[in-house]
Design a protein around this ligand. Structure first.
Ligand SMILES: N[C@@H](CCC(=O)N[C@@H](CS)C(=O)NCC(=O)O)C(=O)O
Length: 210
């Protein structure tokens, strides 16, 4: 049994929670909520980055960063399920990085607006980060990923990461991504219909907005 430490709203942790469900390995993973706002405590002892998701293995090893965690979970399910082994592997991992990058950049912009009064915002920095978000959204809108049903019925790591990124923008950025990206909205709707674990991993705050 491994322990997955995460928080209810973390989009990176949600990737891992969805992966556990679609891989069908719930019986091998126990969930343990971690407080990412704490300034000390067990997460700091387990992972010097003090970030979630963090996974504790039975042998005492610790695994972190959602992309590595997804590799671990995929291996536990036999490998090649959510991270393809063949020719498409690098392309899928790159798309996963692009989807994660949407969240990375959105968080950077939010840190600036959340931590400073508006007159002190660094608008150049905010625009730089929002540019990354919008370019990635446009790329996914113009060249949609396959839906899980169009691939092998199980979402791959890029599809999982993109769905979590869009869920994060719904939660923290009022779903503004929807107005300029109609094909991405369709893709997101299909993902939600085809992957029950998406709704099952909605945080209480997200439920209020959905
Ligand atoms: N690249 C990491 C990012 C993880 C991350 O930033 N997690 C956030 C929660 S959404 C966190 O733990 N933040 C606490 C902190 O940075 O102190 C991944 O993919 O796992």
């Amino acid at each position: 049994m491994i322990t997955l430490r995460t928080s209810p709203t973390s989009p990176y942790g949600r990737k891992a929670r969805i992966a556990v469900a679609v891989l069908g390995i719930e019986d091998q993973v126990q969930l343990d909520w971690a407080d990412t706002r704490a300034t000390s405590g067990s997460l700091y002892d387990q992972n010097p980055l003090a970030k979630v998701p963090t996974v504790l293995l039975e042998n005492g090893d610790v695994v972190y960063d959602s992309r590595v965690v997804l590799e671990l979970l995929d291996q536990m399910a036999g490998g090649g399920v959510i991270i393809p082994k063949g020719d498409t592997r690098i392309a899928v991992l790159t798309k996963q990085a692009m989807a994660d990058g949407i969240v990375d950049a959105a968080i950077q912009a939010q840190i600036e607006t959340r931590n400073h009064p508006e007159e002190h915002w660094n608008n150049v920095w905010i625009e730089r980060q929002l540019g990354k978000v919008n370019r990635c959204l446009k790329a996914f809108n113009d060249n949609p990923l396959p839906t899980p049903e169009q691939s092998n019925g199980i979402p791959d790591c890029a599809q999982i990461a993109l769905a979590c990124a869009l869920g994060y923008l719904d939660l923290r950025a009022n779903g503004d991504w929807r107005k300029d990206n109609p094909d991405l909205v369709k893709w997101h709707t299909a993902f939600i219909e085809q992957v029950p674990a998406y709704d099952a991993t909605l945080a209480p705050e997200m439920l209020e907005k959905s």
